[in-house]
Ligand binder design. Structure first.
Ligand code: SF4
Ligand code: SF4
Length: 448
């Protein structure tokens, strides 16, 4: 079996974002393989732990992936401030006698945005509406490489390391089988310090609020890297509370002073992309329906190029408005209308980009979360759940098709759902041994 087949069979997907199937991403050729080890979201420390602990395995998979895509250059992008992690990587590179460069980056947000990483490492700008491959780069994150290393040994992706922090008694990194209920992870971190907590899966800037989802959907997935808990009264609790587009629109019409700070600090705008959130916010004051505004207006359609990094909302806007959330709604609406952001040419970043980068420390302070920073760097606990609920849609593409039924006995690591024939997707494996008790959009396994 070749490397790509091993990665496919193990159900490896991009662990850092949308969960694109890795066997599809690496089925290409590219000049650069870039390992994204930047971990730029405040409070998260999972990737740093993985790099400190498993650098050797990450480098091993890095070399296999580079060979697969015929990369001429392998570069690991990491923050200069992560000294122990840089040292671990250097030692592993030396041990493998590998020709891998480490690219040190400053601590700014969103340094780990794929398009920002590509710019910093290659000096090339990914065209708006494009992907890194358009400029000869494939970007994969450190956790994905670790999963690929396990795949080389025949081990499927069935567990995750996750930062659990925020308003919990004992912040830590946990190792949890895929499908572990979020409540168990929080319990393992000593429990929430606040009742009716707001829970976020991922980082505070780009993570998904999960506390309002049905309990069955609150489970660890292959893309979960963090679980954050906040009080509803905190800044995070208020800025991430549910709000519909009409409410956001009313607020924008009433309070946007058109200062354009949101645009001036937008990392995608600074890359030369045509995204201008202040113009989108201005459009919201008009009377037309959103669909009509989107249909007629290229300025509005440029919301498609937003990465939802949240800088405009959390850091830039002096009026407490939320351009990033507006853009997220517009993107959903565009997808319903069948509108897509067209791919543009390669752009030149703006001169001011260098001095408009947002320092991570100041961003964390703005989130009201400085006291949570670095809480759990070296505390690792393992969760052994009594049952898991494993979603059949772990990442991008079609949901996997179950190959087990209620009552079947499964062992940890056995295949329970297959990629639909000819479709984009990823395989799913049992993460604990036990009995299948439910098969619907997810497969529930009770241990034993
Ligand atoms: S979330 Fe805001 S700052 Fe980030 S890319 Fe979108 S518009 Fe720009
Ligand atoms: S920063 Fe806020 S007030 Fe200023 S233009 Fe943007 S949305 Fe409007």
């Amino acid at each position: 079996m070749n490397f790509l087949e091993q990665v496919r069979d193990a159900g490896v997907i991009g662990c850092g974002g949308a969960g694109f199937p890795t066997h599809v991403k690496w089925n290409t050729t590219a000049e650069y393989l870039i390992v994204n080890a930047v971990e730029c979201e405040p409070l998260l420390c999972t990737d740093r732990y993985l790099i400190r602990t498993f650098a050797d395995r990450i480098i091993r998979a890095c070399l296999a992936a580079a060979e697969q895509i015929h990369a001429q250059k392998i570069v690991i992008a990491i923050k200069k401030a992560y000294e122990s992690e840089c040292k671990a990587l250097k030692n592993a590179i030396e041990a493998h006698r590998a020709n891998i460069e480490i690219h040190m980056m400053e601590s700014f947000y969103p340094a780990g945005d794929e398009q920002v990483v590509v710019r910093e490492v290659t000096g090339r700008t990914v065209p708006f509406g494009g992907i890194p491959l358009d400029v000869g780069a494939v970007v994969s994150n450190a956790a994905t490489l670790l999963a690929a290393s396990d795949a080389m040994d025949g081990a499927p992706l069935i567990e995750k390391y996750i930062t659990v922090t925020g308003a919990v008694r004992s912040p830590c990194i946990i190792k949890a089988p895929i499908g572990t209920p979020v409540a168990e992870c929080i319990r393992m971190a000593g429990g929430a310090l606040t009742e009716d907590a707001l829970m976020i899966a991922g980082g505070p800037m780009m993570g998904q609020v999960i506390s309002d989802k049905p309990e069955r959907e609150q489970a660890v997935t292959k893309t979960t890297s963090g679980l954050l808990v906040f009080s509803r009264e905190s800044y995070m609790g208020t800025y991430r509370c549910p709000m519909d587009l009409q409410a956001l629109r009313k607020k924008a019409a009433a309070a946007c002073i058109q200062c354009s700070y949101c645009t001036m600090l937008c990392p995608r705008h600074l890359l030369g992309h045509p995204l201008e959130p202040h113009r989108i916010m201005r459009m919201l004051a008009r009377k037309e329906e959103i669909t009509a505004l989107l249909q007629e207006n290229p300025t509005m359609q440029n919301a498609a190029y937003c990465s939802n990094c949240g800088v405009c909302t959390v850091y830039a806007c002096p009026m407490g408005l939320q351009p990033s959330r507006v853009n997220a709604f517009l993107k959903e609406e565009m997808s319903r209308m069948g509108l897509r952001g067209a791919k543009g040419p390669e752009t030149e970043p703006l001169d001011e980009r260098e001095w408009r980068k947002v320092p991570t420390g100041r961003l964390t302070a703005r989130l009201g979360a400085l006291h949570y920073e670095g809480q759990c760097a070296n505390v690792v606990r393992e969760v052994i759940p009594a049952q898991v609920t494993i979603s059949l849609r772990q990442g991008a593409g079609k949901a996997a098709e179950p190959i087990v039924k209620k009552g079947d006995a499964v062992t940890a690591g056995s295949l329970i759902a297959e990629i639909p024939n000819g479709a984009l997707g990823s395989r799913v494996h049992a993460s604990i041994s036990g009995t299948v008790t439910e098969v619907s959009g997810a497969i529930t396994i009770v241990g034993g």
